[in-house]
Design a protein around this ligand. Structure first.
Ligand code: ZN
Length: 282
């Protein structure tokens, strides 16, 4: 069994065929967590739960890019996309109610910091946006603690600010188990180790199938600290690059991790699945 710990079947890219996409994955032993990015997509993730049984789960949260009205654009190895983001004011009540509305809401996310998509070059404005992102991130960490759900953390070009926030949160609270994951991890092993030390995991996408930057961190990190995901519709792995990504392709990420760590594929499959189940209390 596999679990794609981070996909966006709730996004409009899957509007016409989300059911078939999920079914295809489930029929092929791939479960999934559908991750929200604002109230609308979080609600959609929760709504999807009614159409499927066990094996499909949801996360709800406000992504940092949705704190502003900006044109979100990307055209590099992370893929090509462009959409307009609508500003949302964070409401703890909305996300609390969404999280409580179904037992298969298993995490708060995605939340975090994104300094790559700050649509401004005015220093004072940048500072204001960063402060807002940090504040809303911290408030959602508090929500995850209150609900006893792990946090799915997004970080783009912001580890220098992200780590101290997580470390501070870790010190102020007591945790009996791992309490968050840095999704689509972008750092090196030294940084990974710092996250491990404060009770966090790291997660890898299809990017690792064609970019070698993370071979070393994957090799050195214990399998028990790693999770896998697609972040579909984005970040399609080899050999599906250039096409829309989907949960079933998470197997390509598992294959690559087994390959880099020189471990038997079946061992990697089982360990990753069991670890993820424990982490999200599935
Ligand atoms: Zn995502």
């Amino acid at each position: 069994m596999f679990i794609d710990t981070h996909c966006h079947l709730n996004f409009k890219d899957f509007k016409d065929d989300y059911y078939q996409v999920a079914k295809r994955a489930l029929d092929d032993q791939v479960e999934m967590i559908v991750v929200g990015s604002e109230v609308k997509t979080s609600q959609r993730a929760v709504d999807l739960l009614d159409e499927f049984g066990k094996g499909v789960y949801a996360a709800v949260g406000l992504h940092p890019i949705h704190l502003q009205d900006i044109l979100v654009k990307n055209n590099n190895e992370n893929g090509k996309y462009e959409f307009r983001s609508k500003k949302e004011d964070y409401s703890e009540e909305d996300y609390f109610n969404l999280a409580k509305s179904n037992k298969r809401v298993v995490a708060i996310g995605e939340i975090g910091l994104d300094y790559y998509h700050i649509g401004s070059d005015v220093d004072s404005e940048i500072k204001k946006i960063k402060n807002l992102q940090q504040e809303v991130f911290y408030r959602q960490l508090e929500l995850s603690k209150k609900l006893d759900l792990p946090a799915i953390v997004h970080c783009r070009e912001a580890h220098d600010d992200l780590f101290p926030i997580l470390q501070d949160f870790y010190k102020r609270n007591s945790f009996k188990k791992e309490w968050g994951v840095i999704h689509c991890f972008s750092g090196d092993y030294d940084l990974a180790k710092k996250y491990f030390e404060i009770g966090l995991k790291i997660s890898f996408t299809g990017l690792v199938t064609f970019v070698k930057d993370w071979d070393e961190v994957i090799k050195k990190s214990p399998l028990q600290k790693i999770m896998i995901e697609t972040d579909s519709p984005y970040l399609s792995p080899e050999p599906h690059r250039g096409k829309r990504n989907e949960p079933i392709y998470v197997k390509e990420v598992a294959k690559k991790i087994a390959n880099i760590k020189a471990l038997d594929f079946f061992t990697v499959e089982n360990e990753l699945y069991q670890q993820s189940k424990t982490f999200f209390s599935l």
